[in-house]
Each structure stands twice: as C-alpha cells, then as structure tokens.
Design a protein around this ligand. Structure first.
Ligand SMILES: *Cc1c(COP(=O)(O)O)cnc(C)c1O
Length: 217
C-alpha cells in the first residue's frame, strides 16, 4: 500500500479520536525488506524507520544515512546484551528495554560515550511466557528503577498476543503509562494501527502494509 494511503488512514483515525496526526509517528518497519523497497520509501521523503535486528540494521542503515539526511532509526526487536553498544550507536530510539540487566548495561555505555537513545520499556501485556517484556504488575517498579538510573525513558511498548483483541492490550498499556507519567506509547502494527491510534499510540510500527509482505530469508 502506498505510504500516502497509510498516512491518510492515520489522519482519519486521529481525527475520529480527536487527536492531531502530527502527534503520531509512523515507524516504517523495514526488516527483511529488499533495499529497493526501502529506498523508494526514502525517495518519497519518509525518514522514520524500524528494524528488529541489530546486525541487519548495521548492514544497511549506515549507508542509507550517508545518502539521506535526518534518518530516525528505531530498534524494535529483542536486544541481546552483547549487541547493546552497537544498537546505541545506530539507533535514535530503542523500544525493547525489558530487563534490569539491560538497563544497567545501557547506563554503563551511555556514561562512557555520553550518548543514549530514547528508550521505551517493553511490557508483556498478555503475560505470554515466550514473549519478552516486563510483566504489567512489575512495570511501575521497573520504570522507577530506570528513572533512578537516569535513563531517558520516554514511554512503553507492547506487542499484543496474536489471538486476542489488541485494543484491550493497547488500553492496558496506556493505563500503565499514564499512572507512571509517561507520554510515549509504541503500539499498533499493520493490522491494528488505527485501533492503537484510537487508544493513544504516539508511535505506530507498520511494516508489511507499507512495504508488502516480507520476503522470506
Ligand atoms: C515486524 C514488526 C512490526 C511490523 O509488523 P507488520 O505486521 O508487518 O506491520 C511491528 N513491531 C514489531 C516489534 C515487529 O517485530
């Protein structure tokens, strides 16, 4: 679907929620997409992108960043401790802070380099054992702990269970964010971003609806 159609759908969803579309950032999730597709979205003027894997991001974005100004790269996939330094060099934002050890590693590297991306805490709203993220009932404490470390926490992120109505999860995430005084909400993907916007999403992560189905590797 052309980028402008997604932007139009965002506008309609924002309007019906009484929100301004400018308050919602569209992260074009380019993981596993051929470079030509990414390039054509860059040519259309879009600058906000998301990647899942540090290694994949490192293989394509330094080159794009040389050729296009003001790229805003968001890391939205699980982050291993041994990839944190590279992730912090590449990304403007990391959406998957999900454990105390990772928080401490980020602090150490930020102190060393004087640089830290914006951070979202991933919340496992469905409490799925196989999924990353802090449990909803432990999130308040983890937010406090991260603030105690002076980390730049800007919001919360979730990936709802595939077989449940996502709106319940978006609403839960919004509630936890609000009671913690956090304004950023990273939620909503190709199939549900309008519902996420209705519930306050500030960052939607849309891949296949923009780029087409992911090409299997
Ligand atoms: C792949 C991915 C997306 C985008 O998914 P689509 O359904 O293609 O829009 C969003 N968020 C995360 C965390 C992802 O891994």
């Amino acid at each position: 679907m052309p980028l402008k159609d997604i932007q139009e759908r965002m506008k309609v969803a924002a309007q019906s929620a009484g929100r301004k579309v400018d308050d919602i950032r569209l992260i074009a999730v380019s993981k596993v997409q051929p470079n030509e597709r990414v390039e054509s979205v860059l040519e259309e003027g879009h600058r906000v992108f998301g990647e899942n894997r540090v290694q994949e991001a490192a293989s394509k974005w330094p080159d794009f960043c040389e050729r296009y100004d003001n790229i805003d790269l968001h890391l939205i996939g699980p982050l291993q401790s041994n990839k944190v330094r590279q992730a912090m060099e590449l990304a403007n934002a990391i959406h998957t802070l999900d454990r105390p050890k990772l928080a401490k590693t980020i602090v150490r590297i930020a102190q060393e380099t004087g640089n830290c991306p914006e951070l979202f805490i991933q919340v496992n709203t469905g409490e799925e054992p196989q999924k990353a993220g802090i449990a909803p009932k432990e999130t308040d404490q983890f937010v406090a702990e991260c603030r105690g470390l002076n980390l730049p926490i800007v919001g919360l992120m979730c990936i709802p269970p595939i077989d449940e109505e996502p709106s319940l999860h978006f609403a839960l995430l919004a509630k936890i964010a609000e009671r913690n005084g956090l304004t950023g909400l990273s939620m909503g993907m190709s199939s549900d971003f309008e519902r996420a916007i209705a519930l306050g999403a500030t960052h939607i992560r849309v891949g296949s609806a923009i780029f087409g189905e992911r090409v299997p590797t």
